[in-house]
Design a protein around this ligand. Structure first.
Ligand SMILES: [Fe+2]
Ligand SMILES: [Fe+2]
Length: 455
């Protein structure tokens, strides 16, 4: 024993276990972990009553948010960058000169939990020394300003806890919008988080602030288009439960892209898609072999994209790799679910399709811990390494050291995205190859088309 005090994090994985995808449940769980329980309050009765009232304020906060206005949706109409930034190895930009060197990008989804695991991921991303880092959304429990400060910006709110800091890229950092940020109507996300993110103008300079919840990074080979499926993902109380209202934005919460993003894609982004391979980033899953999914954004993208893309998403708390697949009426995408950044990772779930008839190729079913009888999987993240037209993808976890699980190699041949190689790098048996052919994950055929499925 060296007598050192163990570091206290705001949350343990236990606090976040079995959190349902509902605003009500998220507010309840936030209150339970943060507030003094009236049951444990000392007698006399007026102390207990005070604690009880204190406990119940979360209901009022919940109702205020559910019936309150969402934060105004921000766009680039007054911003000369138009939200399209260079994907390069050196700043300031000198044409496409620096597109040929190694460019490092790290992604993590559903990372904002304030746990020791999310802190470990942040440290490993820092060691990778990325030029760009992108959070795919979800700061828990409800994306409030205290939670943004403690789980993402490294500022403890008057308590002796270790607050976790998102690892900043040397060129810039970006954060997508998730459903949990919208449980607090997006106020802390737009007003506290985004001003601390965004591009830097040069080495060592402060970030300029991320002006909107969507953006693009591009060089002469690649276009990374990052979109906001979170803003329209939370519906109106009660109405969101009525099946035929589910498709109505804001009422049903279907994850569709707001009109300002469609205008931006049409007017600003479209010319940059020509001649480049496209990577899409969103918070919500375009499709899934495990859960309900959100095909609307993929359908809206059909106007702009006619070729297969690589699409990284979070929201589902797992690592899953898919072959080429499209929702009915949507674009074709090689899906990569990487929502295993900070939440207890779901394992032992049964895929809904049979192996040979499924776009699912690999998923991580390894157990990290057993929490009161519930096994949870490993938290992890993704590194993208661009070198000219080549892209190497490294899927990693942070068990004790930085473990490499799966690698992929892609080539941008003009607009065409060509899968060159995929390798499982771990021998652990519960890192499951589901489809008999691993290369199905990077092959252009056959291609699945899925109807929306509710589970
Ligand atoms: Fe999440
Ligand atoms: Fe989510």
């Amino acid at each position: 024993m060296n007598g050192a005090t163990p570091i206290e994090y705001k949350h343990k994985l236990e606090d976040l276990l079995n959190l349902r995808r509902s605003a009500w449940h998220s507010y309840l769980r936030a209150a339970r972990t943060e507030r003094f329980s009236w049951r444990r309050a000392p007698k006399p009765f007026h102390h207990q009553l005070k604690a009880f009232i204190n406990n119940m304020t979360w209901v009022i906060i919940y109702l205020q948010h559910r019936f309150g206005r969402r934060h105004r949706f921000q766009d680039y109409s007054h911003d000369p960058t138009r939200g399209i930034y260079p994907l390069v190895s050196q700043l300031p930009v000198n044409g496409d000169l620096h597109a040929e060197d190694e460019i490092r990008v790290s992604l993590a989804g559903d990372w904002g939990t304030g746990t020791s695991e999310s802190n470990r991921i942040a440290n490993h991303i820092r060691e990778f020394n990325p030029h760009y880092t992108i959070h795919l959304g979800d700061i828990y429990f409800v994306g409030g300003s205290d939670e943004v400060e403690e789980n993402c910006l490294g500022n403890p709110q008057g308590k002796s806890i270790h607050a976790v800091t998102w690892p900043k890229g040397s060129h810039g950092s970006f954060a997508l919008n998730g459903n949990h940020e919208m449980y607090a109507n997006g106020h802390a996300y737009f007003d506290h988080l985004l001003p601390r993110f965004g591009m830097r103008l040069g080495p060592g300079m402060e970030a300029m602030g991320q002006k909107a919840s969507f953006f693009a990074l591009k060089n002469k080979y690649w276009a990374i288009v990052s979109l906001d499926t979170g803003y329209n993902s939370v519906g109106l109380p009660i109405f969101e439960r009525i099946p035929y209202l589910k498709k109505v934005p804001y009422v049903g919460g279907n994850g569709s892209l707001p009109p300002a993003i469609i205008r931006w894609l049409r007017e600003d982004v479209r010319p940059h898609l020509e001649g480049r391979a496209v990577i899409i980033l969103t918070h919500h899953q375009y499709y899934s072999a495990f859960e309900d999914y959100f095909p609307e954004a993929g359908r809206q993208l059909r106007e702009f994209i006619s070729r297969p893309v690589l699409w990284f998403w979070g929201h589902e708390h797992r690592l899953a790799i898919y072959g080429l697949c499209q929702a009915k009426g949507g674009i074709a995408a090689y899906g990569r679910c990487v929502g295993h950044g900070g939440m207890p990772v779901t394992i032992r779930a049964k895929p809904r399709y049979k192996p040979k008839q499924s776009p699912l190729v690999v998923y991580d079913d390894r157990e990290y811990r057993n929490i009161s009888g519930t096994p949870v999987g490993h938290n992890g993240y993704v590194n993208l390494i661009f070198t000219g037209p080549w892209l190497r993808i490294e899927h990693r976890d942070v068990q004790e050291r930085d473990n490499l699980l799966l690698t992929e190699t892609w080539e941008a041949r003009g607009e065409e995205l060509v899968g060159r190689d995929i390798q499982i790098q771990t021998s652990e048996k519960d890192f499951r190859q589901y489809h008999p052919d691993l290369h199905f994950a990077i092959k252009p055929t056959p291609q699945f088309e899925l109807e929306r499925v509710s589970v």
